[in-house]
Design a protein around this ligand. Structure first.
Ligand SMILES: [Fe+2]
Ligand SMILES: [Fe+2]
Length: 135
């Protein structure tokens, strides 16, 4: 399991969004670090709760920026956010019900979704937002 951290490769060239992605990656990185130290079980509840709240905040802000700029692919992007919000909320509920145990699979799912979404989906709006003067 590799270290998970923000780096320039994730930049979408919009300052507020980069800051939020740093925070999002940081939340999951906490869990990654704790797991490597054998302490994942101590913080998984807190991390999932924080993640469930913060994905909602970040997606709302990102959607507001895309929408007010008139980004043409807004709806498809929003659908991906809703899917992830549902997944994370479900994961947190399952954890609370004792149905989820912390595993490499959960960790890999969270990391690879964030990685793919930022690199593949978020990066698509970067040139459009920049062309509207949003940096
Ligand atoms: Fe997004
Ligand atoms: Fe994003």
């Amino acid at each position: 399991m590799e270290n998970f951290e923000w780096s320039e490769k994730y930049s979408v060239n919009v300052k507020q969004i980069d800051e939020q992605h740093k925070k999002l990656i940081g939340i999951v990185a906490q869990l990654n670090t704790a797991m490597r130290q054998g302490k994942g079980k101590d913080i998984i509840g807190k991390v999932l709760e924080e993640l469930a709240k913060y994905t909602i905040t970040h997606f709302k802000d990102e959607e507001r920026i895309m929408k007010s700029a008139g980004y043409p692919d807004f709806e498809a992007h929003q659908t991906k956010h809703q899917w992830m919000n549902d997944r994370v909320a479900q994961l947190y509920r399952d954890y609370q019900d004792g149905k989820v145990t912390l595993s490499i699979e959960v960790m890999n799912f969270l990391q690879s979704w964030i990685d793919k979404h930022i690199m593949g989906t978020d990066k698509q709006y970067a040139p459009f937002l920049n062309s509207k003067g949003i940096f």
